[in-house]
Design a protein around this ligand. Structure first.
Ligand SMILES: *[C@@H]1O[C@H](CO)[C@@H](O)[C@H](O)[C@H]1NC(C)=O
Ligand SMILES: *[C@@H]1O[C@H](CO)[C@@H](O)[C@H](O)[C@H]1NC(C)=O
Length: 433
């Protein structure tokens, strides 16, 4: 008997490859296959979604491997700014670094669950009576210094920029604070600037940036990198903030921030902030809000690192986020207590997921989602958002200079209108004295 199974069933002499075999599926069979496969895929996906929480965040940045190998990973030695004989007499290291602190400003973990970050921010607060009003007059240059920068060649200082100034004068402890508005050209004829100079002469000042002058006495003095300038004001702005804090000490506040409360509880620490709640490996730190003391050895080391690195790419954060990270790692490498990193929401409550970020400041209020659900958890006065804003310190708007705040939206109601009221109250009190 001849077995039949080795007989060819088809007339084709060649074996079909899997690909060409796919095409041999007749449309009807293909249709049947899809009818089964698609619902199956859907059911599997839905089950996974139902059982598990697909907390994800897709953010793909490609870093060149040789750039990481060359610029990020190697730890060159620090410049010796922490050697006792090199620490400036203006910098009290036993107080600034080794001193006892009233508040803890780092949480140790990335607070991505619920409103944990906001609640943590709420712990950094003086208790009633702890922060007594001092009646004595403090000369402007002895007050807590705050710095911000506006480039006159990029845009006019207008209403949108004025909101930052308003937020400062409304929320800060003015008899103990001074804001210096830096610029690369004369801002004094600007009517907005004039208004606040007149209202708060001891708490507001203008200065023009002179980079070579500010860099004197630092490792960046007369450095060839000082002549770099970039269109988006990134490298330029990154350098200016380090130089002015070095010279005057104090906090830096980017112009695209709205302050929500008094920053004084933060000022016992030297710090930068967390970039966002995802702890990006090379982009972990942000300098939109930062604080260092005058002639801080941290800044001296930052200048040393800038002076001995490759020139910054433009535009880039090479003198911002990347520099802070490289510096921070070198400090650890030499067993020096590093500067602090404030959790993201303290200054940038838009830097996490939609469900734990404040609503977009430029979108009209929406009657859905996290903030508008149950009563008391909405966007109304005294509601959840209002309370959260009272715990954190600022809202970073990430430029977006061409956008306006919606009339009657949450920014308008919970921040801008209160700024007006608070400023009026401060003017009235000052008038009565
Ligand atoms: C530095 O700070 C400490 C602690 O606050 C203080 O006791 C000391 O007098 C300060 N030193 C100088 C030189 O001001
Ligand atoms: C610091 O980094 C250098 C270079 O990576 C390494 O050789 C050295 O051992 C490190 N020092 C300490 C104290 O970890």
């Amino acid at each position: 008997m001849v077995p039949v199974h080795n007989q060819r069933r088809t007339s084709s002499p060649r074996r079909k490859s899997p690909i060409s075999c796919f095409s041999c599926l007749r449309p009807r069979r293909l249709f049947t296959l899809l009818k089964i496969a698609l619902p199956l895929v859907f059911i599997i996906c839905y089950t996974i979604y139902y059982l598990y929480d697909p907390r994800g965040h897709i953010d793909l940045v490609l870093y060149q491997r040789d750039w990481i190998q060359r610029e990020i990973l190697p730890l060159s030695p620090l410049g010796g700014c922490f050697e006792p004989e090199r620490i400036s007499p203006l910098y009290n290291i036993s107080e600034a670094i080794h001193g006892k602190k009233r508040f803890e400003v780092q949480a140790g973990v990335t607070m991505r669950m619920g409103m944990d970050c906001y609640d943590f921010a709420g712990t950094i607060k003086f208790v009633e009576g702890e922060w007594t009003e001092e009646q004595q007059y403090i000369p402007p240059e002895e007050r807590a210094q705050f710095h911000t920068y506006w480039r006159v060649d990029l845009a006019r200082l207008d209403e949108r920029q004025e909101y930052m100034l308003k937020s400062f004068f409304a929320t800060q402890d003015l008899p103990r604070s001074r804001l210096i508005l830096w610029s690369n050209g004369d801002l004094s004829p600007n009517p907005i600037v004039q208004k606040y100079l007149k209202l708060f002469p001891d708490s507001f000042a203008l200065q023009i940036v002179d980079i070579p002058e500010l860099a004197k006495g630092t490792p960046m003095e007369s450095h060839r990198f000082l002549n770099l300038e970039d269109k988006k004001a990134w490298v330029d702005g990154d350098l200016v903030r380090l130089l002015v804090i070095w010279t005057y000490g104090g906090a830096w506040i980017d112009m695209d921030m709205l302050l929500t409360r008094d920053l004084s509880p933060l000022l016992e620490h030297e710090f930068v902030t967390q970039w966002d709640c995802y702890d990006k490996i090379y982009q972990a730190f942000n300098g939109a809000l930062m604080h260092f003391h005058k002639h801080s050895p941290y800044l001296c080391e930052a200048f040393h690192l800038m002076a001995h690195s490759t020139p910054p790419r433009s535009p880039s954060t090479d003198w911002g986020a990347i520099l802070y990270l490289r510096l921070w790692r070198r400090l650890l490498n030499e067993s020096i207590p590093p500067f602090k990193i404030l959790p993201f929401c303290l200054s940038d409550p838009l830097a996490c997921r939609l469900d734990n970020s404040v609503p977009d400041p430029f979108d009209p209020d929406r009657r859905d989602g996290k903030w508008t659900g149950r009563p008391g958890e909405g966007l109304e006065e005294g509601g959840a958002l209002d309370k959260a804003l009272g715990k954190i310190f600022s809202v970073h708007l990430h430029n977006r200079w061409n956008r306006a705040f919606p009339q009657g939206g949450w920014v308008d109601r919970l921040l801008l209108r209160r700024y007006e009221e608070d400023i009026e109250r401060k003017i009235r009190i000052a008038g009565e004295l």
